[in-house]
Write a protein that binds this ligand. Structure first.
Ligand code: OSB
Ligand code: MG
Length: 375
């Protein structure tokens, strides 16, 4: 595949409702999309950064910079036989996993279309249907959270994850567990606690949680290895894991029993596949995390979630939970049993709504291989 051109755009999209985590509130998303042209075929990728460096160190603007000044000039004009050959070319650029993932994933979409296959099959996916959970933001009071949980359960979602932070944890958990004693429940702290809070975190054990996600520092695997033996609840790492080497260290040191794989955070489909292989070999369950994506990122998440290691429900849910109108057609829909059917169309398997994308776009930059510049 000869990479003929790359277009980078920034879209403004407003979430239907503000989403609160331990690090802040998000409603107005600044979403970057990559449109890649190779051998006459167009593929799409999404950069899953947030607007501020509060989840990890990347932002919409750092990704714009890295793609504009380094990644796009490097990839345009390259000739590769498969998208999996792209990551080694990007290796000289340190970090910036989400920026790289957006570029690599667009090429995976191209490759799947060229081979006349759904992307999920090209990746090696084995499940035609993926199971879905929801991630619920921190709310004003426990009663309103209970009401929200009830709504999501009535839509069929198979697992409820509650965002928590100090002062808004045990009280909210107690309220939800009292009303729903048997649901599959987990919590996500986004690094809001410290190892010295181990006695407090041990109190979560009585709520029979599927997992506690990323309780400690975003970049510290060792502190989680010290915490896990002190609590019964399984630790799941999110922020800490950027590649297969990290996940080997985390599992071997006992820092986690479950892994959240985010396609952007690990740098794209090639790395995500390696991370899930490492976990599967060690019998560690994985699931697909979310970053409040538009339909393009969501479609990539669905494809990844069909890989055999993804045995737990992910944070991949219906488009309508996020957007009044998604940028793909049809929007992602979740069935009454809380599942999404992997699409049969080639590539992502959803149509990208260019007209809507154009309307939402606030800036664009394009690179074209010199050999095609005049065409
Ligand atoms: O930690 O999983 C997280 C959203 C933004 C940043 C980090 C996280 C999240 C979510 C939402 O939990 C997942 C989603 O619904 O997309
Ligand atoms: Mg998380």
């Amino acid at each position: 595949m000869k990479i003929e051109g790359v277009t980078l755009r920034e879209l403004r999209m407003r979430l239907n409702a503000p989403f609160e985590t331990s690090f802040g509130i998000t409603q107005d998303r600044r979403i970057l999309l990559i449109e890649m042209l190779a051998d006459g075929v167009t593929g799409w990728g999404e950069i899953t950064t947030l607007e501020s460096p509060s989840y990890n160190s990347e932002t919409t603007d750092t990704a714009w910079h890295i793609i504009s000044d380094f990644l796009a000039p490097l990839v345009v004009g390259q000739n590769v036989s498969t998208a999996a050959e792209l990551p080694p070319l990007l290796e000289p650029i340190r970090g910036h996993y989400m920026a790289k993932a957006g570029v690599e994933n667009a090429l995976w979409d191209v490759e799947a279309q060229q081979r006349s296959m759904p992307l999920w099959k090209l990746l090696g996916g084995t499940r035609e249907e993926i199971t879905c959970g929801v991630s619920l933001g921190i709310r004003e009071n426990p009663q309103s959270l209970v009401k929200k949980v009830e709504e999501e359960l009535s839509c069929g979602y198979q697992r409820i994850k509650l965002k928590i932070k100090p002062g808004k944890d045990l009280n909210f958990l107690t309220a939800v567990r009292n009303v729903f004693p048997n649901i599959v429940l987990s919590v996500d702290a986004n690094s809001a606690y410290r190892l010295k809070d181990a006695d407090h975190l041990r109190k979560f054990d009585e709520f029979d949680l599927l997992m506690i996600e990323q309780p400690l520092e975003w970049d510290d695997i060792y502190s989680h290895a010290l915490l896990q033996p002190k609590i019964r609840t399984a630790i799941c790492l999110d922020e800490c894991i950027s590649n297969d080497r990290h996940v080997i260290g985390a599992i071997e040191s006992g820092a986690c029993k479950i892994v959240n794989i985010k396609l952007g955070r690990v740098g794209g489909h090639t790395s995500a596949r390696k991370v899930q292989d490492v976990c599967r070999e060690r019998k560690v369950p994985v699931w697909c995390g979310g970053m409040l994506e538009s339909g393009v990122g969501r479609a990539h998440n669905i494809a990844m979630s069909t890989l055999p290691g993804f045995t737990l429900p992910g944070d991949v849910s219906a488009s309508q939970r996020y957007w009044s109108q998604d940028i793909i057609e049809p929007p992602v829909d979740v069935g009454p049993m809380g599942t999404i059917t992997a699409p049969n169309g080639f590539g992502l398997g959803y149509n990208v709504n260019r007209e809507l994308i154009d309307r939402l776009t606030v800036r664009t930059r394009s690179w074209r291989d010199a050999a095609y510049a005049s065409s």
